[in-house]
Write a protein that binds this ligand. Sequence first.
Ligand code: KG4
Ligand code: ZN
Length: 364
Amino acid sequence: MIIFAMESSCDETAAAVVRAEEGRFEVLSDIVSSQIPIHALYGGVVPEIASRAHCEAVTNVARQAVDQSGIALSDVDAVAVTFAPGLIGSLLVGVSFAKALASSLNVPLIPVDHIKGHVAAAYVEHPEVKPPYLALVVSGGHTSLYHVTDWNTFEEIGGSRDDACGEAFDKVGRVMGLPYPGGAAMDRLAADWFALEAEGRKNSFHFPSPAVADESFDFSFSGLKTAVINAIHNEKQKRKTEELPDDIRIEIAGAFTKTVTDGIGKKLAAAIRETGADTLVLAGGVAANSHLRRAVEQVCCRRKTAFAVPSLRLCGDNAVMIAAAGYYSFLGGIRADSSLNAYASDEGSADYLASLNHENHTDL
Ligand code: KG4
Ligand code: ZN
């Protein structure tokens, strides 16, 4: 079947055309129009500006996705769209567009949860991933650990009790003076530190772990974030400057990143042990972090658990992942109609999904 998918939950307007057959995905087009340069002026996403930018981009992005795919619109068998969670104004742009498209083509409309979309990105390049498995989603807005027992059954067994992991990267990055969003620049600074460490340098910064000190699989990034920000302010005060020298930035980035990867690794090892999972998926924007990818791969290797992480392009927000999640929702009989709404949080969307009448459609 051919799925046209749309994603607009935050600051990327994305559309893709994907051919899905028997759990294999062929990406026919993958268009992402990023608003990062616009929001970088403000040091973070400005919701009103985001919705307007989605309105301006959506038609062109959709048209490019169809043109580049080489299919005719009439070949589309279903339209999948992110309907939750995210910025409500941003989500509404994609949902309205997708509703109109599905209705004009007279094809099913499939509502997709953004976080489950991030996880489904792994299916595209790792078709061997099949439930049951564990999935950690680390993004700018979410940090959640799921036990995925069925294609459409995600049991949340842990997550952040406060800030999302990516939020910590971005806020620390901002105080350090890195361009928004700070994650990618922090990745490079930390790599510089780890190179020094390999030569024997010891880090003089120590930060509190984001792994909550109990039996849960929960994280807390706010204490870590505050400790790192305080350390940055202290260093600035000591030097009476607003601009930290590069060697201090590198050392702090290294200590922060190591604390994050150790904390996540610790909870994942415990979750693998407790659930007996034989596969772990790492997904979401922060899954692009080279140090986190390596650390989680090592945990999986030690526990003899298969590890799947999307390529860098599919870690950030995109519509290919929405098509992949939409495919399994479609097979599970999940359909929306023209009353589909957007939901900023998971609570409203979970009630909506529960209200849908599922039938199994495995005939395609
Ligand atoms: O999944 P995503 O594109 O958007 C949300 O759904 O939130 O994630 C964006 C987040 C940002 O916080 C960004 O700083 C972070 O992913 N990120 C990274 C890296 N690349 C992107 N964080 C750490 N290291 C990276 N290399
Ligand atoms: Zn995302």
